[in-house]
Design a protein. Structure first.
Ligand code: SAM
Ligand code: SF4
Ligand code: SF4
Length: 368
């Protein structure tokens, strides 16, 4: 068989990531800023049953929106093959996302296939899932049995009216709370709760959310509203900086005092804070006000098989063609390795120069 390596092509520009050389899998692959490849986020669908105003506003994602046809989606076999080669290059954590990942039929089958992948150091892969929680109660047991480690559940408010205004699809807080309770009971913990804070919309819910989850097995993480995609009409003055969130909690009462914690590992997205009274922690994800690009070890695989080296990338690199053209493993593996080696993304660090200039990919397409 020929040892020629086929370039990964960007379908829009046909720009190849050439020149190519065979790159062997050693379990350590560094990008141009010396960041190792460690995390793979896999989007399994571009569809969602919610219409969160900051992610899939109904005015854009209506019945005319051109969702991907089923034939464009990577199959579970194609996803697993891609993941297997990336694990051999050092990926040790896989997050399934979307769109709403639980809308993808038989997702537990994919989890079981990923669970069976060998790792270079023989340690088990960390496999997690981010979900809006609506279908979690009915799927949690199957996912756990298939080998899923943990789930992160998105919940933006405790007040039903505010939550419904944010998800714009009439889902109630009670449905999500039930989902995360079942996930916890099935052993998919520690369950993390993601709350995106948008000024003037749900910032008054920060304290009720923090109080609700304080002292429980659930860890709340407050996320700065980000300028992902092009459809949410993002404005900087709608962001509540994490520093303000901390001040708000510290100023609220004696039992909400927080102390910063050291990161668990390099590249951890959330800054962790512990309650001074020992009743657990909360996390702050400050991707707008405090860039964490220097430790970013994440690669994203879109629903239709494009690799993105940054959440804010405007171009992805097509691996589906390679998967479907019967390239051998070495060709595919080397092409993906080369893409990572050339990576120099650090969008959040240079956001102030970039915002609004380049077209960006939607969060619902690429996953969080
Ligand atoms: N549907 C699933 C969910 O909502 O958990 C998974 C996909 S969703 C795109 C992943 C995460 O991205 C969610 O926690 C969501 O709140 C977050 N997200 C979406 N749009 C965002 C934005 N503009 N800024 C910050 N976080 C955002
Ligand atoms: Fe759907 Fe998640 Fe986006 Fe909300 S944040 S619209 S639940 S993909
Ligand atoms: Fe990683 Fe890009 Fe986010 Fe920076 S902006 S942390 S490089 S995904």
């Amino acid at each position: 068989m020929s040892r020629r390596i086929i370039p990964i092509l960007d379908q829009r520009t046909n720009a190849a990531v050439t020149p190519f050389t065979a790159i062997s899998s050693t379990g350590l692959l560094l990008d141009s800023l010396q960041r190792p490849l460690r995390d793979l986020r896999i989007s399994v669908t571009d569809r969602c049953n919610f219409r969160c105003i900051y992610c899939m506003p109904r005015s854009v994602f209506d019945q005319h929106y051109p969702y991907l046809p089923h034939s464009s989606l990577l199959t579970f076999e194609e996803i697993t093959r891609t993941a297997r080669l990336l694990v051999a290059h050092g990926v040790n954590k896989i997050r399934l996302t979307g769109g709403e990942p639980l809308l993808r039929k038989n997702l537990e089958r994919l989890v079981a296939m990923l669970r069976a992948l060998p790792t270079p150091d023989g340690l088990p892969l960390d496999i997690t899932l981010t979900t809006n929680g609506a279908l979690l109660a009915q799927k949690a047991r199957l996912l756990k049995q298939a080998g899923l480690n943990r789930v992160t559940v998105s919940l933006d408010a405790l007040d039903d009216e505010i939550f419904k205004r944010m998800n714009d699809a009439d889902f109630s807080v009670a449905e999500v709370l039930h989902g995360l309770e079942v996930a916890h009971q099935e052993g998919l913990g520690p369950v993390k709760i993601n709350m995106v804070v948008k000024k003037g919309v749900n910032d008054q819910q920060i304290l009720p959310m923090a109080r609700h989850f304080k002292g429980t097995p659930f860890t709340l993480r407050l996320i700065e509203y980000m300028d992902v995609g092009a459809s949410n009409g993002w404005k900087m003055d709608e962001v509540v900086p994490s520093a303000e969130v901390i001040n708000q909690l510290n100023a609220s009462s004696a039992d909400m005092q927080l102390i910063p914690q050291a990161a668990n590992y390099p590249g951890e997205t959330a800054q962790r804070w512990n309650y001074r009274d020992g009743s657990g922690e909360i996390g702050l994800i400050s991707s707008v006000t405090q860039a964490f690009c220097q430790d970013c070890t994440r690669l994203r695989l879109s629903t239709e098989g494009k690799l993105y080296t940054c959440l804010f990338a405007s171009q992805g690199y097509d691996v589906r063609t390679l998967l479907r053209e019967q390239s051998d493993d070495s060709q595919l593996s080397s092409a993906m390795a080369q893409l990572w080696q050339q990576r120099g993304d650090r969008y959040s660090e240079i956001r102030h120069q970039q915002t609004g200039l380049a077209p960006k990919i939607e969060m619902s397409y690429i996953g969080g």
